[in-house]
Design a protein around this ligand. Structure first.
Ligand SMILES: [Fe+2]
Length: 279
C-alpha cells in the first residue's frame, strides 16, 4: 500500500485530513495510512501552526427523538465512568484514548464525552446502561475509555457512538470506526475521517483517536467564567447557554447546572445528571 503523507498542495493550501482520507478511499486504499503506517491523528498536525479540520458528525438516528426504527438508541443519563466493562462482560477488551482539540490545536479540558455501543453480540442495552457512560476530558484534553470491541448488527459496520461537547458549545454526535473492517466499504454512514488507530495489545485492542471541535479554546458564552444566574434561575429552556452554578426549574423541580453547556431537547435536567443536579 502506498503511504499517504500529510501534505500541502502546491498552492500552499493544506489538504484537509478528511479530504485526504476520502481521496485515499476513492483511490482504492483499504485503510488510509501515514508514512508511519498509522491513521493520521489530529496531534500529528498540531503544533505546526495549522487550523485543524473539525471532526465530522455522524448520526444514524440514535438521537433521543428518533423512534421510528427498532434498534440502537442514545439514552440520556448515562453513568459517569471511564470503564464500561462490568465483571463478566463478554468480548474482546478495548481501550480508546486520545485528546480533544479546538481547531487551533489547543487541547480542551472539561469536554463531555458520552459513549454508547453494542455488546459483543451486536445488541444495545435499552433496559439499563450496559456499555454506556460519560466522562470529561482532563486538563490537557485527554480522555480514556475502557470497553470491549462492539459486535456487528445488520446494516452497519463496527462502530462506537459518542456525543462530544465542549463547555458552552454545541453537541457533536458522531461515531468511531475500526480499520480493516470488511463492512467499511458498504456502510453508507462510514467516514474514513472517523477511523481510529487500532492495534492489538495482549489479547485485546488499543484504539486512539483525537477529536477536533469547532472551538478555539477561549471561553464561550456558557463557560464557568460567566457569572451564574443565582438567582433568578427561571424555567429550563432548550437552545440556550447555561453556566456552572446556574439554577433552573423543570417540571416543578429545581436544578443547578454542574457543567457549562448549550441545552438541547432530550437533555432535560432530570435526564442528564452530568449537567444538572437536583436541589
Ligand atoms: Fe449503532
Amino acid at each position: 500500500m502506498t503511504p499517504l503523507p500529510h501534505r500541502d498542495t502546491g498552492a500552499g493550501r493544506p489538504i484537509s485530513r478528511k479530504s485526504l482520507l476520502k481521496a485515499a478511499v476513492a483511490a482504492g486504499a483499504a485503510v488510509p495510512l501515514l508514512s508511519s503506517g498509522t491513521v493520521a491523528l489530529a496531534r500529528d498536525a498540531a503544533g505546526r501552526g495549522r487550523t485543524l479540520s473539525a471532526t465530522p458528525a455522524c448520526d444514524d438516528g440514535d438521537g433521543p427523538t428518533h423512534d421510528q426504527i427498532e434498534g440502537p438508541y442514545f439514552k440520556p443519563a448515562s453513568p459517569l465512568r471511564t470503564n464500561l466493562v462490568d465483571p463478566g462482560t463478554p468480548g474482546t477488551p478495548l481501550t480508546v484514548s486520545g485528546y480533544v482539540f479546538g481547531r487551533r490545536c489547543a487541547p480542551l479540558s472539561g469536554v463531555l464525552l458520552d459513549f454508547w455501543q453494542a455488546d459483543d453480540a451486536g445488541d444495545y442495552d435499552m433496559a439499563g446502561y450496559t456499555l454506556r457512560g460519560h466522562q470529561f476530558t482532563a486538563a490537557g484534553g485527554a480522555f480514556s475509555l475502557t470497553t470491549i470491541v462492539p459486535g456487528l448488527y445488520p446494516g452497519r459496520t463496527r462502530h462506537l457512538h459518542v456525543k462530544v461537547q465542549a463547555p458552552g458549545r454545541p453537541v457533536l454526535t458522531t461515531q468511531l470506526y475500526f480499520p480493516g473492517e470488511p463492512r467499511n466499504t458498504t456502510d453508507a454512514l462510514f467516514d474514513a475521517a472517523l477511523l481510529m488507530n487500532v492495534r492489538g495489545a495482549g489479547g485485546g485492542r488499543e484504539g486512539t483517536f483525537d477529536f477536533v471541535l469547532d472551538a478555539d479554546g477561549t471561553p464561550g458564552p456558557g463557560d464557568p467564567t460567566d457569572p451564574p444566574t443565582d438567582p433568578p434561575g427561571g424555567a429550563w429552556t432548550p437552545g440556550r447557554p447555561y453556566a456552572a452554578g446556574d439554577r433552573v426549574t423543570y417540571q416543578g423541580g429545581a436544578y443547578r447546572c454542574v457543567q457549562a453547556h448549550i441545552s438541547m431537547a432530550g437533555w432535560e435536567p432530570p435526564r442528564v445528571p452530568a449537567l444538572w443536579r437536583r436541589e
